[in-house]
Design a protein around this ligand. Structure first.
Ligand code: FES
Ligand SMILES: [Fe+2]
Length: 346
C-alpha cells in the first residue's frame, strides 16, 4: 500500500457521524506525495474542471498543470475543444509551454514535429536523415497526441483522466436536478458568458481543499465578511449535504442586487416564492458555484501543488435585456442569441 494512503483507522475516523468525525489527516494538505496520490486516485477517476472554453480563441491552445501533470486545452478552427497530455510523442518535450494560437498545426519547440488540432501527428522533419521527412519504418498514425476524455458544460472544460468514470451526463445530473427547482429544465442556458471585467484570477497559497471547505460553511461570515453578512446573514443560511457529488450552503434571504441598487433580469423560470434563496455548492471536486435569481458565478480551483492553488472567478448574469427592437442583448450590447447551448450567459 502507498505510504500516504489512508489507514483503516484514519478512514473510520472520517467516515462517521459529523459531530464526532475527524477531517483528513494533515499530510493531505501539506505533503507533495499525498497530493500526487490524491491526483492519481481521486481526481483522475472523476471529472475535474481544468479551464474555461471561452478563454480560447479558435485555433489556439492553453496549457494547464494539474498537480504536476501537464495537459493542454486545444480549440480547433471550428470551436471544437479537445484536451491532450501536453507531451510531445517524440522525446517528451512540453508541447505547448504557454497559451498561444496556431496557423495550421501545433509545433513542438524541440525538433519541430507537428500535430493537427485533432492530435494527429502530421510532420516529422528529418526523421529519415537530413531532408528526409518520412521513413517506412515509422508510421505517424501510431503516434498521435494522447487525448484525454473531456466535456464542456456551461463553458467549463472537464476532463476524466482515467477514461472510465461515469458519463459526464451522469456526473452533472444531480446538480441539474437540484437546481431545476430554480431554473426549470433549461434555465442555465439563459446565462451569458462573462466579459473580461467580470473575471478575476488569484493564486491561493494553500491546499485546494481548504478553499472548498471554506466555501461550504458560513460561520466565518460575521468576522471575515461583515459586509456580506449584512445582506446574506449567517442566521439565514442552511447547510447542503447533497451527497458524493457536492456540498455547500444556501441562504433563505439574499438581496444583494436590491442593496446594491442593481437591476438584473431574472432567470425566467425562477419561482416567485423563492426569489430570496441563493445556493453555493462545491461541485466535487474543484468547482465552486453560486446561484442567485439574477446572476451566477463560478470559481474554478486549479491545484498546482499541494500548497498552491490557482483560482479563477467568473461572474455572470441571468436573463437577457431587451432592446427596443425586442432582440436579446447582453450588457455590453453584444447579441446573446446564437450562443451554443450549455454556455454560460454570464
Ligand atoms: S521532443 Fe518534440 S519534436 Fe522532439
Ligand atoms: Fe468567506
Amino acid at each position: 500500500m502507498n505510504s500516504q494512503a489512508l489507514t483503516e483507522q484514519e478512514f473510520a475516523a472520517i467516515d462517521t457521524a459529523t459531530g464526532s468525525a475527524h477531517g483528513l489527516p494533515n499530510r493531505f494538505y501539506t505533503s507533495a506525495e499525498a497530493a500526487q496520490l490524491e491526483r492519481d486516485q481521486v481526481l483522475a477517476r472523476t471529472w475535474v474542471c481544468v479551464g474555461f472554453a471561452s478563454e480560447l480563441a479558435p485555433a489556439s491552445a492553453r496549457p494547464v498543470d494539474l498537480l504536476g501533470l501537464p495537459l493542454v486545452l486545444v480549440k480547433d478552427k471550428d470551436d471544437t475543444m479537445r484536451v491532450f497530455h501536453n507531451v510531445c510523442r517524440h522525446r517528451g518535450h512540453k508541447l505547448v509551454p504557454e497559451a498561444c494560437s496556431f496557423q495550421g498545426a501545433i509545433r513542438c519547440p524541440y525538433h519541430s514535429w507537428t500535430y493537427g488540432f485533432d492530435g494527429a501527428l502530421r510532420g516529422t522533419p528529418h526523421i529519415g536523415g537530413h531532408g528526409v521527412h518520412d521513413t517506412p519504418e515509422f508510421d505517424r498514425a501510431t503516434r498521435p497526441l494522447m487525448q484525454v476524455r473531456s466535456e464542456v458544460w456551461m463553458d467549463l472544460v472537464f476532463v476524466n483522466l482515467s477514461g472510465d468514470a461515469a458519463t459526464f451526463a451522469d456526473y452533472i445530473r444531480p446538480l441539474e436536478v437540484r437546481w431545476s427547482e430554480f431554473l426549470g429544465v433549461d434555465g442555465l442556458n439563459e446565462a451569458r458568458v462573462a466579459s473580461n471585467d467580470e473575471r478575476m484570477e488569484l493564486t491561493l497559497n494553500c491546499n485546494w481543499k481548504l478553499a472548498v471547505e471554506n466555501y461550504c460553511e458560513s460561520y466565518h461570515l460575521p468576522w471575515v465578511h461583515p459586509g456580506l453578512n449584512s445582506y446574506s446573514r449567517i442566521e439565514d443560511h442552511y447547510n447542503i449535504v447533497a451527497g458524493d457529488w457536492g456540498a455547500g450552503q444556501g441562504t433563505k434571504f439574499f438581496e444583494f442586487s436590491e442593496r446594491a441598487g442593481i437591476e438584473l433580469q431574472r432567470f425566467s423560470a425562477w419561482p416567485e416564492d423563492k426569489l430570496k434563496i441563493a445556493e453555493y455548492i462545491a461541485l466535487f471536486p474543484n468547482v465552486l458555484l453560486g446561484l442567485q435569481n439574477d446572476h451566477i458565478f463560478v470559481m474554478l480551483l486549479l491545484p498546482s501543488t499541494h500548497a498552491r492553488t490557482g483560482a479563477v472567478v467568473l461572474r455572470g448574469r441571468a436573463g437577457r435585456q431587451r432592446s427596443q427592437g425586442g432582440r436579446a442583448k447582453d450588457h455590453g450590447g453584444r447579441l446573446a442569441r446564437g450562443l451554443p447551448g450549455r454556455r454560460w450567459c454570464l
